[in-house]
Design a protein around this ligand. Structure first.
Ligand SMILES: Nc1ncnc2c1ncn2[C@@H]1O[C@H](COP(=O)(O)OP(=O)(O)OP(=O)(O)O)[C@@H](O)[C@H]1O
Ligand SMILES: [Mg+2]
Length: 426
C-alpha cells in the first residue's frame, strides 16, 4: 500500500515538473494553489516555496518540521484539529530552480490498518502457538498412551501370557491397524507353536511304543544263547520297525509343514489332471497286484495354485487307503472334474472305492492324527494318512469331503478357486 502511495506521488511529481518546465513558476504556482484548495481534509499536501523556504502556494502554511528522510522519501506528522490527533504523511520534496516543491499523502489510515493487521497476526500466532502446544501435548499424550498399551501387552506376552492380545479400539486408525497386524502375527505364531507342540507330543506319545519295542528286540538279539538264524530274523524285523518309524516321522513332519501354512509366494500352478495321471501311473501296478481295477477320468486343463508335492502326497494317501481297505477285486476310481456350485466354478478331485467305507459318525474322527478305525488294526499304517490330507486341504483352502459311495468311500478335495485355463466348454 505504501509503495502504491509512493508511485502516485512520483507520478504526480513528474507531472508537476513537466508543468513547471512548460509554464514556469507562475504556472506551477497556479496549479498548486488549485490542487491545495481542492483538499479539504488534507488527504494530500501540496506546498511550493521559494528558495528561502517561504511558502508561495499550497495547503500548508509552513514546511513541516520533524521531517524524517528515508532514501528519497520523507515522513512527517501534522496535527489535525478537525480529526483530533496527529496524522502521518508520506511524501517527496524536489528542488526546482526557483524553489522547492513538496507533495505528500496522508497515510494515517493505512498505517492504522497496518497496525491492526500486525496486532491480528500477532494475536493469531499467539493463539495458534498456545493451541498448537496444547494440541501437540494432547496428541502426543494420546499417542503415548496407545503405544504404552501396545508395549504393556507385548511385555505381558513376552512374560509368558501367550494368549494375550493387543486391544483394538475399533477406530480403524493406524494404531488399530498396527494392533490388528500384531494380533494376526501373534495368532500365527501361536498356531505354529501349537503345531510344534502337537508334533512333539505326538512324537513323545506315539513313537515311544515302537521305539521301546525296537529296543527290546535288539536286546533279545544281543542275548548270548540265541541262535544266529533267529538273530537275523529279529534284526530284519527291527529294520522294518525303524523303517516304519521313519515313515511316521516323515508323515508327522509333512502334516506339521502343511499346518504351519507355507509361503504362498512359492506356489505354482498345479494341473490336477497331470497330477492324477502321475499318481495313477504310480499306483496302477499295486492295484493290479491286488487284482483291483484302478480307473482314471479327468478333464484337461484344471489348475489350482498350490504346492505340487503336497497335493501329490495327499492324493497318494487317498489311493493308498482305497487300495488298502478295499477287498481284493475291488474297483477304485480317480477323477478330476470341474463343476458349478451355486454359480461358482469349483474343481473336484475325487477318489472312490467300493470297500467297506467309513460310517458317518466316524468320518470326523478318521481325520485325526493316529486314529485308525477298529477293523483295520491288522493292516500296516499309523493313522496319519487322512490327517495329512486334511492339513493339505486346509492349506489350499480346499474342502475335504468324506461321503458314501454305496458301497464304499468317496473322498473329494473341493477347490473353490480353480485357475481358469480350460477352453470354454472343455
Ligand atoms: N477308503 C477307505 N475305506 C474304509 N476305511 C477307510 C478308508 N480310508 C481310511 N479309512 C479308515 O480311516 C482310518 C484313518 O485312515 P488314515 O489314512 O488316516 O490312516 P491309516 O490308513 O490307518 O494309516 P496310514 O495312512 O498312516 O498308513 C483308517 O485306519 C481306516 O480305518
Ligand atoms: Mg492311510
Amino acid at each position: 500500500m505504501e509503495r502504491q502511495t509512493e508511485e502516485t506521488i512520483e507520478a504526480e511529481l513528474t507531472g508537476l515538473r513537466e508543468q513547471y518546465r512548460d509554464l514556469g513558476i507562475f504556472g506551477l504556482r497556479r496549479i498548486i494553489a488549485q490542487r491545495g484548495a481542492e483538499e479539504e481534509q488534507l488527504a494530500s499536501i501540496y506546498l511550493l516555496t521559494n528558495r528561502l523556504g517561504e511558502p508561495i502556494a499550497g495547503n500548508l502554511l509552513t514546511w513541516p518540521t520533524d521531517v524524517e528522510t528515508v532514501s528519497n522519501r520523507i515522513r512527517f506528522s501534522l496535527d489535525d484539529p478537525d480529526r483530533s490527533g496527529t496524522r502521518r504523511y508520506l511524501g517527496r520534496s524536489v528542488e526546482l530552480d526557483q524553489g522547492y516543491l513538496l507533495v505528500a499523502r496522508d497515510i494515517e489510515d493505512k498505517l492504522r490498518t497496518q497496525a491492526l493487521l500486525v496486532n491480528a497476526i500477532a494475536l493469531g500466532s499467539g493463539l495458534m502457538l498456545v493451541f498448537g502446544v496444547i494440541g501437540g501435548f494432547v496428541m502426543s499424550r494420546w499417542m503415548l498412551t496407545r503405544i504404552e498399551s501396545i508395549n504393556r501387552a507385548t511385555g505381558q506376552i513376552m512374560a509368558g501370557d501367550l494368549g494375550r492380545r493387543i486391544a483394538v479400539d475399533g477406530s480403524g486408525d493406524e494404531f488399530d491397524e498396527l494392533a490388528a497386524n500384531l494380533n494376526a502375527m501373534l495368532e500365527r505364531i501361536e498356531r505354529l507353536l501349537a503345531g510344534m507342540r502337537e508334533v512333539t507330543d505326538n512324537i513323545a506319545h506315539d513313537l515311544r511304543t515302537p521305539l521301546t519295542r525296537l529296543r527290546s528286540r535288539l536286546e533279545v538279539a544281543l542275548m548270548k544263547d540265541i541262535d544266529p538264524s533267529s538273530t537275523r530274523q529279529l534284526l530284519e524285523e527291527t529294520a522294518a520297525d525303524a523303517e516304519g518309524l521313519i515313515a511316521t516321522f516323515n508323515a508327522l513332519m509333512n502334516i506339521a509343514r502343511a499346518e504351519a501354512g507355507e509361503q504362498r509366494a512359492s506356489w505354482e500352478l498345479v494341473d490336477l489332471g497331470e497330477l492324477a495321471q502321475d499318481i495313477f501311473d504310480l499306483y496302477e501296478p499295486l492295484a493290479e497286484e491286488r487284482d483291483m481295477r484302478l480307473a482314471l477320468e479327468s478333464t484337461a486343463g484344471i489348475k489350482v495354485a498350490g504346492n505340487r508335492q503336497m497335493l501329490a502326497q495327499a492324493l497318494a494317501n487317498l489311493i493308498d487307503n482305497a487300495i488298502k481297505y478295499t477287498p481284493e477285486g475291488g474297483r477304485i476310481a480317480l477323477s478330476v472334474a470341474q463343476t458349478r456350485e451355486q454359480a461358482r466354478r469349483i474343481a473336484r478331485l475325487t477318489v472312490t472305492d467300493n470297500g467297506p467305507g467309513i460310517p458317518v459318525e466316524l468320518r470326523g474322527k478318521a481325520l485325526e492324527r493316529f486314529v485308525r478305525l477298529e477293523p483295520e488294526r491288522h493292516t500296516p499304517g499309523n493313522g496319519l494318512g487322512l490327517s495329512l490330507v486334511s492339513a493339505v486341504a486346509k492349506l489350499h483352502d480346499a474342502r475335504l469331503e468324506l461321503a458314501d459311495n454305496n458301497p464304499g468311500l468317496r473322498v473329494s478335495l473341493v477347490f473353490e478357486r480353480p485357475v481358469d485355463t480350460a477352453p470354454p466348454g472343455g
